[in-house]
Design a binder for this molecule. Structure first.
Ligand SMILES: NC(=O)c1ccc[n+]([C@@H]2O[C@H](COP(=O)([O-])OP(=O)(O)OC[C@H]3O[C@@H](n4cnc5c(N)ncnc54)[C@H](O)[C@@H]3O)[C@@H](O)[C@H]2O)c1
Ligand SMILES: O=C(O)C(=O)C[C@@H](O)[C@H](O)[C@H](O)COP(=O)(O)O
Ligand SMILES: [Zn+2]
Length: 363
């Protein structure tokens, strides 16, 4: 695998500050440049699973002369709560964190969503840097500035658009990731393939087993291609006034499943079922051809992602989907495909069609 660093620019054309996503190895030397000279204090927010990494980073920053604090938060979705955000605010207050100081979020998407949200809200917004350590966070969560936490009513219901100053994707971090988490991240990679870059699907289909591991021959290319899809979309529509909704492919049902499972399912697994559902919905709506719809099932299954969910849960899922952020009043809206890499919005589908699509997905 190449030791070179790929730099992908995000933003700059829609009024937001441009920043770079770096993909490579041994990237932490880039951190001080991104933190900048105005900062006195740096807070490293990391999950329990990365306690050693968080502490090593803190010690390194302290050696460079910053007043560095490490803030450890729970693993996975348990970090995305108002209580954990308040715990972080308290730690920032106690360390005298000012507007020129910087937050570094190191971890998976749950940690970067939380760290970005804390950065967005502390003193009404401070600089932050994302150091994603899962496939999913590298290709999706850490890029684009959507930050947030969950509430009892649903997923990501409180948040802010607050782009990072930079994103460092160190591929070496993936070596310690449990295979289940690695595969879960592939759901967002596959999403990028279906909505915009079918070459991603070709690479995975050529050797699905290899795609399941960071040692696979196409790991860097899959990650970079997915980041480019995300970067292009969020660069032209940061605040989701239109185009950005395509990144929500599979998420309307996916988020409802996550809530129904009390966030014990990984996001990517739920989005996998959600994409299967969206493909069936697109097919039933007369938008999507059979071959592309069937391809969803085949590619998701080939890497070990789930396709099905419990039939009897439909009424609860439907209720939760009503508070999806794409809903407008009582109108449910879904991203479906008009064809491969042709995402579009399906507004207010007939309830019978929704149930029929769910029937194809349910077990
Ligand atoms: N903001 C966005 O645009 C966006 C996009 C996609 C997903 N998300 C969010 O991302 C979250 C899912 O993120 P995720 O799939 O990265 O999972 P995660 O952050 O929940 O992490 C999964 C588990 O892996 C651990 N972990 C992280 N990196 C590790 C490493 N290198 N080695 C060993 N363990 C490691 C974590 O501590 C956690 O226990 C969801 O909350 C989802 O809503 C946000
Ligand atoms: O960046 C986006 O926009 C996305 O929709 C990417 C999704 O993969 C991600 O899960 C996002 O957090 C979902 O956003 P939400 O607005 O539906 O909560
Ligand atoms: Zn997602």
């Amino acid at each position: 695998m190449s030791e070179s660093v790929t730099r992908i620019q995000v933003g700059g054309s829609a009024g937001s500050e441009p920043y770079e996503v770096l993909v490579g190895r041994r990237l932490l030397g880039e951190l001080a440049g991104l933190i900048g000279e105005k900062a006195t204090r740096v807070a490293v927010i990391h999950p329990e699973a990365l306690a050693e990494t968080g502490e090593a980073l803190r010690a390194d920053l302290a050696e460079q002369g910053y007043e560095a604090v490490a803030i450890q938060v729970p693993n996975a979705e348990e970090a995305k709560t108002a209580e954990v955000a308040a715990y972080c605010w308290k730690a920032l207050g106690q360390s005298g964190f000012t507007r020129t100081d910087v937050i570094v979020g190191v971890g998976g998407g749950s940690t970067t969503d939380l760290a970005g949200f804390v950065a967005a809200t502390w003193l009404r917004g401070v600089r932050w840097i994302a150091v994603p350590t899962t496939v999913l966070a590298m290709v999706d969560a850490a890029v684009g500035g959507k930050t947030g936490i969950n509430t009892a009513e649903g997923k990501n219901l409180v948040g802010s658009f607050h782009p990072p100053a930079g994103v460092l994707c160190d591929l070496a971090a993936l070596d310690s990731l449990p295979v289940n988490d690695y595969v879960s991240g592939l759901a967002e990679v596959i999403k990028a393939g279906f909505i915009a870059d079918p070459a991603i699907l070709d690479l995975i289909e050529a050797d699905p087993q290899a795609a399941r591991t960071p040692a696979g021959p196409h790991t860097a290319e899959l990650i970079e291609r997915s980041i480019r899809v995300k970067a292009e979309v969020v660069s032209s529509d940061l605040k989701e006034n239109g185009l950005r909704e395509i990144l929500n492919y599979g998420h309307t049902l996916g988020h409802a499943i996550e809530k129904n499972e009390r966030y014990k399912w990984r996001h990517g697994a739920a989005v996998s079922v959600g994409m299967h559902f969206a493909a069936e919905l697109g097919r039933l709506a007369g938008r999507l051809d059979d071959a592309t719809a069937d391809r969803h099932r085949a590619v998701l299954e080939s890497v070990g992602l789930p396709l099905s969910y419990r039939y009897d849960q439909w009424p609860k899922l439907l209720q939760t989907m009503k508070v999806d952020k794409k809903s407008r009043g009582d109108l449910l809206r879904f991203i479906v495909l008009d064809g491969l890499a042709k995402p579009t919005v399906l507004e207010g589908p007939d309830p019978a069609m929704l149930l029929a699509a769910y029937g194809e997905v349910a077990e």
